[in-house]
Design a protein around this ligand. Structure first.
Ligand SMILES: C[S@@+](CC[C@H](N)C(=O)[O-])C[C@H]1O[C@@H](n2cnc3c(N)ncnc32)[C@H](O)[C@@H]1O
Length: 138
């Protein structure tokens, strides 16, 4: 079963890495921007791949030529599945204040497509909503 960690802000998002990522992990980061978090992830895992639909691809490749980046929209799941890796952890940062529907859509999409152990997402609205919820265990 996939575990979800919902964070607010980039510091909280990055702070999960030392405790959540292991040297045997293959990690996908969706929304690498300039590649800063992808680089941090690379210190903790076996392999990390960053995808981003924006124009920062060339900057990231120039800054971190040792890392693997692809210009792919995170919602194009078929393109992600075509990558030759079996990702067991996923980091998602496609802008923290997206609406709840979009955030939950991408979480469920990656849960069912990759069945990863863990998905960490930067999503302030979702974090606020979940903080208001109480789950009754039956
Ligand atoms: C806040 S920045 C990411 C910062 C980066 N994770 C870091 O820690 O430095 C958000 C990025 O998400 C990307 N993005 C937005 N929607 C996306 C989508 N559907 N698929 C892939 N990338 C997306 C944007 O192009 C942007 O570069």
């Amino acid at each position: 079963m996939t575990k979800f960690i919902i964070t607010k802000g980039v510091s909280e998002y990055r702070a999960t890495i030392p405790s959540c990522v292991r040297p045997s992990d293959t990690v996908l980061e969706i929304g690498f921007a300039w590649g800063t978090t992808t680089k941090i992830l690379s210190h903790y895992c076996k392999k990390v791949v960053g995808i981003d639909k924006g124009k920062s691809f060339f900057t990231a490749v120039k800054t971190y030529p040792e890392l693997e980046f692809h210009q792919i929209d995170g919602f194009s799941i078929s393109q992600v599945l075509a990558l030759p890796y079996s990702f067991n952890k996923v980091y998602i940062d496609i802008s923290g204040c997206r609406d709840l529907f979009t955030t939950i859509k991408i979480l469920k999409m990656y849960e069912s497509a990759l069945n990863p152990e863990l998905i960490v997402i930067k999503a302030s609205k979702l974090k606020r909503f979940v903080s208001q919820c109480e789950v009754l265990l039956s």
